[in-house]
Design a protein around this ligand. Structure first.
Ligand code: AQP
Length: 344
């Protein structure tokens, strides 16, 4: 049996959806619709690894759903749903808790960053988060996963889990009809383009992030035109003009970030942006970037607001997506249980 190509990816409904999420992930989701069968998930089980206010969580689940649709994902042709409506995610995550090794999870840099100095106080879920992510992908036998650079290590762990499961249960897998012994595919990360790691507008060393206390550090998808322009105007830069070639961006993290954002918004490369703006001061480049960002982001924010005014319609889309996701997941989780020796 071989695996058909299938795309899965998710976004956490933790508020402040930003340009990094959009350029690093959502724009890729949109593009892949043309060539693949896609499942795009609002990963609410992941969100609660850190405490969430229940009212805000419900709002944020709808907001990510609205962002997917407003960005151009078609919920009829593809599947948009929230994770907690398909119980197989949690079931498979438990199974993977028993496959993954403590040592593997101990190496995850995102847990170290998020738990910080208060590791003892972090939820167990935050520690086992990558196992749930592996379950999200492998529950659908997904083969391709578009993500930002920060998720690379977690994707590698998903591949290790798939491989260990296939090795640990090889005989049962072959007996169940997978002659090549590959029950779970090795999911391929898709991390491409000039904006796989969008940085904070206030500090080019930090990732643009939902949880940064400074709202000026990120452009959110619902910022209005004036706010977008103001944030770009105030973005930290250095005093030099832009270089004409990419090499000249080395050791200039803020300049590299703004050029990368421009390139991604325009659908071109950093090299092409520097061909156009090499030698220009930020006083010239920033207004051009602000104009482009407003042109690309504002219509999405406006459409998100319109969709958010009809929450029942968004909820219906999620329910329909969950039903269709469940149909793909059901035989895979049933087979997984059979392979493990569970009865039922
Ligand atoms: N700065 C970024 N640049 C490029 N891609 C990014 N992604 C996140 N930040 C950037 C990608 O967006 C997708 C969804 O991310 P997520 O919501 O699942 O989780 P996250 O990485 O925890 O998001 P944040 O914004 O960074 O939140 P906090 O503040 O909680 O750490 C993923 O594909 C991710 O790679």
């Amino acid at each position: 049996m071989t695996h058909q190509e299938r795309v899965f990816s998710g976004v956490q409904p933790t508020g402040n959806l930003h340009l990094g999420n959009y350029l690093g992930a959502i724009t890729k989701f949109v593009a892949l619709q043309e060539s693949h069968e896609c499942l795009y998930c609002v990963v609410d089980l992941h969100a609660i690894t850190v405490w969430q206010d229940p009212k805000e969580l419900a709002h944020n689940i709808r907001e990510v759903t609205a962002a997917f649709i407003a960005s151009g994902i078609d919920p009829k042709k593809h599947i948009i749903f929230n994770q907690s409506q398909v119980s197989g995610h949690a079931e498979l995550a438990w199974i993977f808790n028993c496959v993954a090794r403590m040592g593997w999870l101990n190496r995850m840099t995102q847990f170290k960053e998020k738990a910080g100095k208060h590791k003892e106080n972090a939820s167990v879920g935050l520690f086992t988060y990558p196992n749930l992510m592996a379950a999200d992908i492998l529950l659908y036998h997904a083969t391709h996963v578009p993500v930002g650079e920060d998720q690379k290590q977690h994707l590698e762990l998903s591949r290790d889990i798939a491989q260990k499961f296939n090795v640990d249960f090889k005989d049962a897998i072959i007996a169940s009809g997978y002659e090549d012994g590959l029950f779970f595919p090795q999911p391929e990360p898709l991390i491409q383009g000039p904006a796989t790691r969008v940085m904070s507008l206030r500090n080019g060393q930090n990732k643009m992030s939902k949880s940064d206390p400074s709202d000026m550090s990120r452009i959110t998808m619902t910022d209005d035109a004036d706010t977008i322009a103001k944030k770009i105007r105030k973005a930290k830069t250095d005093p030099d003009a832009l270089p004409s070639e990419e090499d000249g961006l080395q050791n200039r993290p803020e300049a590299a970030n703004l050029v990368g954002i421009y390139a991604a918004l325009k659908g071109t490369s950093k090299a092409d942006v520097l061909k156009e703006f090499g030698g220009a001061q930020f006083s010239t480049f920033k207004p051009a970037l602000a104009e482009l960002a407003v042109e690309k982001v504002s219509p999405i924010g406006n459409e998100m607001r319109r969709l958010m005014d009809a929450p029942d319609e968004l909820d219906a889309i999620l329910r329909d997506g969950a039903e269709r996701a469940q149909k793909i997941a059901a035989p895979i989780i049933a087979k997984t249980k059979q392979i493990l020796g569970f009865i039922g």
